[in-house]
Design a protein. Structure first.
Length: 396
């Protein structure tokens, strides 16, 4: 009988085989992970590309802008055919092509007014790929309010920085801001609405190579944090790309910073959504806390536009960035109106008959009930999984 040669079986490596050779690597943990990435420009592209290659299973991508030709030289996920498409949508589609098992949700809108705090609470880690201070302050506060760590990145020409924050335990982004930073931010906030339009930022000059370096470090910090390894936490890394004189930095907690107490508990209320009358939320919170002083909003809204010249006013109930330039002049005298801010609700007045959506709050947001020193977050969990509508991208 002639012997039959044994068949040679060659097994190819699995997708994540090389990662799993690392002793501490847990691919299942990465697949379960949820990461919110705020910003899908040059830096965000690199972060998202790396997270999808690494096998992160769930991404939410927030960005308000649309793709322009200048993005094509710095953004690995975008193609010429994407011109005019929302960056968040194009990025979500591209990362799913890289890793088809990835769940990627685009959030088209301005993080200041269009992304509910439920998304921050959903995330295990938040990554900031932003180019302006006001958005960083909002992300920092949102993460502090729901107890989530975040990784900030910034780039300019041949240099960049990555910083990790996990308040209340560590210094936060606001702890790193000096007097000049606050002055610049407050000047922008105090400008008239029309002047704010003129201050629209034109983007930071940078290169794809710098974005690649900083985005890679941010993604690596996500992996380290998800695995419980030592990572940037109240510290940072400065990349100096001209002479490569790079160095670490550390930050102290500012004793005057308000974000270093334990965050208030948050209750996920399935029956509440952005269409629930605010009076129902008030009654629920009053029962839970044994009384109620106020409901604080997650962000500042504009209740009405008031003419300083003739005194006329009209309700708008929107974030400031969604107020169109044509709405600013007074209907009666054409003077420039000023916004009347709305931060919280009392138990009296007509506002309790409105809904969170009617006030201008985004879907899946969190409202904060307050009685004395007691606080309770009420998550509008009924909005979870809803389709996000595109919002106007006026302002930043």
């Amino acid at each position: 009988m002639t012997a039959t040669p044994e068949a040679t079986i060659v097994l190819g490596e699995g997708r994540f085989e090389r990662f799993q050779r690392i002793a501490w690597w847990d691919q299942a943990r990465l697949h379960r992970a949820r990461v919110l990435v705020v910003g899908a420009g040059a830096l965000g592209n690199e972060v998202l590309k790396n997270l999808s290659l690494l096998g992160i299973g769930h991404l939410a991508i927030a960005d308000m802008d649309r793709i322009e030709e200048s993005n094509l030289s710095r953004s690995v996920l975008f193609r010429p055919a994407d011109h005019g498409r929302p960056k968040a949508e194009a990025a979500a589609a591209a990362v799913k092509q890289i890793y088809p098992q990835l769940e990627a949700v685009p959030l088209v809108g301005n993080v200041l007014g269009d992304v509910g705090l439920g998304w921050f609470r959903w995330a295990d880690v938040v990554v900031g790929a932003l180019d302006n201070r006001e958005a960083r302050v909002f992300v920092n506060r949102s993460c502090a309010m729901v107890g989530r760590p975040w990784i900030d990145g910034g780039i300019e020409i041949l240099q960049g920085i990555v910083r990790g924050f996990a308040p209340p335990a560590t210094a936060c982004y606001e702890c790193t801001m000096g007097e000049a930073d606050w002055d610049q931010l407050n000047k922008r906030r105090s400008c008239s609405l029309l002047a704010r339009r003129g201050l629209a930022e034109g983007g930071t000059p940078t290169t794809p190579t710098t974005a690649s370096v900083i985005g890679a470090i941010q993604a690596q910090e996500v992996v380290k944090r998800l695995h419980g390894l030592e990572c940037l936490s109240g510290t940072g890394f400065v990349f100096e790309g001209l002479y490569h004189h790079s160095y670490p930095v550390s930050y102290s907690v500012n004793p005057d910073c308000p974000w270093h107490s334990d965050p208030a508990p948050v209750e996920a209320v399935e029956r509440f959504d952005s269409g629930t009358p605010l009076g129902e939320l008030w009654e629920h919170a009053a029962r839970r806390l044994g009384g109620l002083d106020a409901i604080d909003l997650s962000r500042e809204l504009v209740a009405r536009l008031v003419c300083p010249s003739c005194g006329r006013s009209r309700p708008v109930f929107r974030p400031v960035h969604r107020i169109d330039e044509a709405e600013v002049p007074c209907d009666a005298c054409s003077a420039e109106c000023v916004p009347e801010p709305l931060h919280s609700l009392s138990g009296e007045g007509e506002l309790l008959a409105m809904t969170p959506r009617g006030l201008g709050l985004p879907a899946w947001d969190i409202l904060w009930a307050r009685r004395g020193e007691q606080m309770l977050g009420m998550e509008l969990t009924g909005d979870r999984g809803c389709e996000q509508e595109e919002t106007p991208t006026t302002g930043r």
